[in-house]
Design a protein around this ligand. Structure first.
Ligand code: PMP
Length: 436
């Protein structure tokens, strides 16, 4: 097998040059700049079902799916029609609408892990608000997070581990005062010893532990249920709130997200992505008692001009209604399992150092032979292989997110034919990657 000739990126390159005049790095969110893969970023013009088209007219089967929200695929007719219907009456009022009730009811009726919810406009905002709520509720300051979990660009959470078993965070962005990072404790995933040590070192100071129960922003670092349960118990014993950041896993690994998947009840859950059907929506939820601390009922302030925006609510209502159909997740997950198993079988048969990690309709390709469960287990050098894989796949009409640390998503719109075509493209691309 030989490498495929590169597709034309002429129009995309032209648009990118222009974009660089307007935006830092030519983009409005960093990973989009294709810095860790080959070539200039592709400017996307159109999406329909499982397919996207770029400015040069190249067509791809899309496994990025807007980084997760599009569980029904692009431009789903039900979502589009509902949005258009609601838009006829205006796009924003900054006043309550019945649509907010409708989306909340859809969620709360089918989710036994939260009793009340508040809508915001992004995942970052949801997490930021959840952290404030936890601090306000417990009257404590410290937050514990895990190395390799991403929770949006919240100051206190743009923090990574230093060295040692338990560390104060080191900021992973300029512009974050050290004093903020000092309130954040970072430990490794899947490490009970470090967790216990942190609770000993900072007794009665930890307001919340936040975790992606399905860590999916630094590879797919699947945790044992037992570790999550342990975390739950330690939090309860210490009067610390457990926050599940389900911005990716929420409505993805099941309607009740990871809480439902593992049957573990966190104290606060954050949502984003799927909940808004492709529109900017986030949310956080908890028990009625904890949520009563939120303004105007309680002392923890949190607000938003576009919170509960009717058009965004409409998209969420239409999308979540589809997810509640009997067998939705079964079909989607089966389809994903078949796909990932076939890819793994191929790689194993060829003796390639390559593993597919998967849960629900999420998958991650890793150039490893290890069982990876924490950020430190990922070999940065293996990303060179991903870069080659990405280029080969793009040239074969398959679009993965432009970073080897990002996961892929399968949507209800991906057909058997799409997946067959993709498998073939992956097999050929792996042959090229491992030939060199
Ligand atoms: N939490 C998690 C787990 C996420 O994956 C993300 C986004 N990838 C966020 C928070 C932040 O969400 P947003 O980009 O909507 O601000």
């Amino acid at each position: 097998t030989t490498g495929k000739p590169d597709i034309s990126r002429e129009k995309s390159a032209e648009l990118y040059e222009k974009a660089k005049l307007y935006f830092p790095g030519g983009v409005n969110s960093p990973v989009r700049a294709f810095k860790s893969v080959y070539g200039t970023p592709l400017f996307i013009q159109k999406g329909d079902g499982s397919q996207i088209w770029d400015a040069d007219g190249n067509q791809f089967v899309d496994y990025c799916c807007s980084w997760g929200p599009l569980i029904l695929g692009h431009n789903n007719a039900k979502v589009r029609e509902k949005v258009i219907e609601v838009m006829q009456n205006g796009m924003s009022f900054g006043a309550p609408t019945a649509l907010e009730n409708e989306l909340a009811e859809l969620i709360l009726k089918h989710n036994k892990y939260i009793e009340k919810i508040r809508f915001v406009s992004s995942g970052t905002e949801a997490v930021m608000s959840a952290i404030r709520l936890a601090r306000g509720y417990t009257k404590r300051n410290k937050i514990l997070k895990f190395e390799g979990c991403y929770h949006g660009h919240v100051d206190a959470l743009l923090v990574k581990a230093g060295s040692g078993l338990v560390t104060f965070g080191e900021t992973s962005s300029a512009g974050i005062p050290k004093a903020f990072a000092d309130e954040t404790i970072v430990v490794s995933l899947n490490d009970k010893e470090a967790l216990l040590k942190a609770f000993e070192d900072f007794k009665d100071q930890i307001a919340a532990v936040i975790i992606e129960p399905v860590p999916a922003n630094n590879g797919l670092l699947l945790q044992h249920k037992e570790f999550l349960q342990y975390l739950r118990n330690v939090c309860t014993q210490n009067g610390t709130l457990l926050i599940f950041d389900e911005v990716i896993s929420g409505f993805r690994v099941g309607f009740e997200g990871a809480a439902g998947y593992y049957q573990i009840k966190p104290d606060i859950i954050t949502y984003g992505k799927i909940i808004g059907g492709g529109m900017p929506v986030g949310a956080y939820g908890s028990s009625a008692e904890v949520m009563s601390n939120i303004s105007p009922e309680g002392p923890v302030y949190q607000a938003g001009t576009l919170s509960g925006n009717p058009v965004a609510m409409a998209a969420g209502i239409a999308q979540l209604t589809e997810l509640l159909r009997l067998g939705f997740y079964r079909d989607l997950n089966n389809k994903t399992e078949e796909f990932t198993e076939a890819v793994q079988r191929f790689a194993t048969a060829r003796n390639y150092k390559f593993k597919v990690f998967t849960i629900g309709s999420i998958f991650w390709f890793a150039f490893t032979d290890k069982d990876i469960r924490k950020a430190e287990d990922i070999d940065p050098a293996s990303m060179e292989k991903f870069k080659k894989l990405h280029r080969e796949l793009i040239n074969r009409g398959v679009y993965l997110g432009p970073s080897g640390y990002e996961v892929g998503f399968i949507s209800a719109a991906h057909t058997k034919i799409d997946l067959e075509k993709t498998k073939r493209a992956i097999f050929d691309s792996l042959d090229v990657v491992f030939r060199d």
